[in-house]
Design a protein around this ligand. Structure first.
Ligand code: NAD
Ligand code: UDP
Length: 343
């Protein structure tokens, strides 16, 4: 079966390509490389011993996307391609609305034109806004605090309406919680540009000595130790969740939380990282980060019930694999300039 994976060389997409290839799917990736490197394709092939097909193209272009459909019989699409930096979306809303929404519409239109019935979409727990955790799929969504979150909520609505009007269309809207970690080989992982915004990549860079200390944003939340609580999920579990979603698609649009159902505070994550890797993470308490909520974790029971999927890797494995990738990545960076350029 041929699966078109947009954004397939990015962080979550690359791990999902590995899971798809290992599950026996043929994988065709479309990525414009705006936040990834072509070298990742070789690494996916190296991990799996299989070959994916890669097109460097712009998913917001009908013309470019149709080239793929003219070359391949596509059976399903997993749409990861998107811009995801919350702060940047506030500064450049038009870029975010255009990229994330137009790409979704272009792909949905190609599905209608070429009779593709299977569609899996990358949504986010951010669509729950300021609801009270645990988040459940049928909660009324509250406004998000940024354009990025709005693009996810809008794409969910667009795909839901299309599935209503075009009943054979089977859509899974996957709301991810906080993906962290990396493939255990250390060959693929998350390598953000500049100073990371997210907690785990920040922690690994402190461990590496590249950043001096972690700033913990707020210790006065109504949580177990006052610091923010999130549902961290190993990216390999998340990748397997996509294969489960694809294998269990049914007519209409269906929403699934992909999380572990466990909340972990910032200080607990720091402690888990220290214990897993034997490295001290210096930190200081800083002011709350604007827009942050206290607690965000999933009720993950629907995915277990309907997709037969549940996350199996714990926080220690997440911390170990995140650090393993950072170490491997640093080693490559130190060894050759050429490899450094690849990230
Ligand atoms: P990523 O930036 O690593 O991957 C996205 C990929 O899409 C990149 O390879 C980028 O080059 C590509 N891309 C972006 N716009 C494109 C376009 N117009 N045409 C072709 N390629 C394009 O991000 P990720 O963390 O792997 O996230 C994947 C998806 O999951 C995104 O839609 C993101 O919004 C969503 N998501 C991510 C998280 C997270 O914490 N990482 C959480 C919830 C949802
Ligand atoms: N966080 C922090 N210091 C950092 C980055 C994040 O204390 O340098 C906290 C943040 O306030 C939140 C948690 O870590 O409570 C997870 O933040 P992240 O940005 O990774 O995910 P998100 O808030 O988008 O779910």
């Amino acid at each position: 079966m041929n699966i078109l994976v947009t954004g397939g060389l990015g962080y979550i997409g690359s791990h999902t390509c590995v899971a798809l290839l290992e599950a026996g799917y043929n994988v065709i990736v479309a990525d414009n490389l705006c936040n990834s490197k072509e070298e990742t394709k070789n690494r996916i092939n190296q991990i799996t011993g299989k070959e994916l097909t890669f097109y460097q193209l712009e998913v917001t272009s009908d013309y470019a996307v149709e080239e793929i459909f003219n070359q391949h019989e596509i059976d399903g699409i997993i749409h990861f391609a998107g811009l995801k930096a919350v702060g940047e979306s506030v500064e450049k809303p038009l870029v975010y609305y255009y990229n994330n929404i137009v790409s979704t519409m272009v792909l949905a239109r190609a599905c209608q034109k070429y009779g593709v019935k299977r569609f899996v979409f990358s949504s986010s727990a951010t669509v729950y806004g300021d609801n009270k955790a645990p988040f459940i799929e049928d909660m009324k969504l509250l406004p998000t605090t940024n354009p990025y979150g709005e693009t996810k909520a809008m794409c969910e609505r667009i795909l839901t309406d299309i599935a209503k009007a075009y009943p054979v269309f089977s859509v899974a809207l996957l709301r991810y919680f906080n993906p962290v970690g990396a493939h255990e080989s250390g060959l693929i992982g998350e390598a953000p540009n500049g100073i990371p915004n997210n907690l785990m990549p920040y922690v690994t860079q402190v461990a590496k000595g590249k950043l001096e200390k972690l700033r913990v944003f707020g210790n006065d939340y109504p949580t177990i130790d006052g610091t923010g609580v999130r549902d961290y999920i190993h990216v390999l579990d998340l990748a397997e969740g996509h294969v489960a979603a694809l294998n269990n698609l049914k007519e209409g649009a269906h929403v699934y939380n992909l999380g572990t159902g466990q909340g972990t505070s910032v200080l607990k994550l720091v402690k888990a990282f220290e214990e897993a890797n034997g490295i001290k993470i210096p930190y200081e308490i800083a002011a709350r980060r604007p827009g942050d909520i206290a607690s965000c974790y999933a009720d993950a029971s629907k995915a277990e019930r309907e997709l037969g999927w549940t996350a199996t890797r714990n926080i220690v494995a997440m911390c170990r694999d995140a650090w393993n990738f950072e170490k491997t990545y640093r080693k490559h960076g130190e060894n050759t300039k050429k490899v450094l350029m690849l990230f």
